[in-house]
Ligand binder design. Structure first.
Ligand code: PXG
Length: 289
């Protein structure tokens, strides 16, 4: 495997960065999780745009332009001869000293790109659906660390994941500080009620997921009514269908939430149809290499 670090390729064993990098010391940086399907990097432009928005918000200067970042991702995939891959693009503040002050960083951000074979969730989750719970840790407040910034500081999500795993579940619903449903630890959430789609608005504290946007796009093309509206736990419990969206998970059905069975207890019709349409979209919507 070849890892891209600041324009050069290194073997896995030699791909190393400084222990003084503020990405390691403080989680001071941003990242993207991207996928390629059959030599098409799905929504690569959108991922790069989100990365640049995250970096702008945290005042992190990315030394490469949008076009150069796209080229670097494609080059890494070619170098690794991967047709289907999971790509991790990371930009950190770079090496500094043992203090928070970003002015002490050399001014050169570290750009790391890792492309690896994709790790998929077991098939049974897609066939039978996930059972999930709501956890005590609430999602970061938008006015503190906005969840729309895909920063390297993922402790908020990791704590929620630990709580879910400790309770015997694989995924968790995180609420916002007002008690509304925000998102899951690495996925956005949707419910279906009477043929309409509902998903929490981003301003309440969730990431503007690229898979989420893709589902909204598919829904509009198919004249499915979508409501970006606050969602309560009660509305999830009484929904007809529920599913999660994310680059790694794609679209994954949910059949139980906090002990309440969702709909018939099996992946719903609209969920299955959206999964099929999303698959078709991944075959064509991206940058070819
Ligand atoms: N919410 C959060 C908090 C996320 O981290 C999503 C929603 C879905 O966004 P996309 O753009 O992927 O549809 C994410 C995405 C991984 C992994 O490797 C994925 C994500 C974060 C961390 C790890 O599975 N995120």
């Amino acid at each position: 495997m070849k890892i891209y670090i600041n324009g050069k390729f290194y073997a896995k064993e030699d791909a190393k960065i400084s222990v003084f990098d503020h990405g390691l010391l403080y989680g001071d940086g941003v990242f993207e999780g991207i996928r390629s399907y059959n030599r098409v990097v799905f929504k690569l432009k959108e991922h790069i745009e989100r990365l640049l928005e995250s970096s702008k918000s945290i005042m992190l200067k990315v030394p490469l332009s949008k076009e150069e970042l796209i080229k670097a991702v494609v080059q890494t995939l070619k170098e690794n001869k991967l047709d289907d891959a999971y790509i991790r693009l990371v930009v950190t503040r770079g090496a500094g000293d043992l203090g928070l002050d970003p002015r002490k960083c050399s001014g050169n951000s570290t750009i790391i790109i890792i492309a690896d074979k994709i790790v998929l969730y077991p098939d049974k989750f897609y066939k039978d659906g996930l059972k999930i719970i709501t956890v005590p840790t609430v999602r970061n407040l938008p006015e503190a660390l906005n969840p729309q910034i895909k920063s390297l500081n993922y402790l908020n999500n990791i704590l929620a994941k630990i709580e879910a795993v400790n309770a015997g579940f694989d995924e968790a619903i995180m609420l916002d500080s007002l008690g509304y449903v925000a998102e899951c630890t690495g996925d956005n959430i949707f419910i279906v009620k009477n043929g309409h789609l509902y998903t929490p608005p981003q301003c309440m504290g969730s990431l503007r997921g690229i898979t989420r946007d893709s589902v909204l796009e598919i829904a509009r093309q198919n004249k499915i009514l979508v409501h970006e509206h606050v969602v309560t736990r009660h509305e999830v419990y009484i929904s007809d269908e529920c599913f999660l969206t994310g680059t790694a998970a794609e679209i994954i059905p949910v059949v139980q939430v906090d002990g309440r069975m969702i709909g018939s207890g099996k992946p719903g019709k609209m969920t299955l149809s959206l999964m099929k349409k999303f698959k078709e979209m991944t075959a064509k919507d991206g940058v070819k290499y």
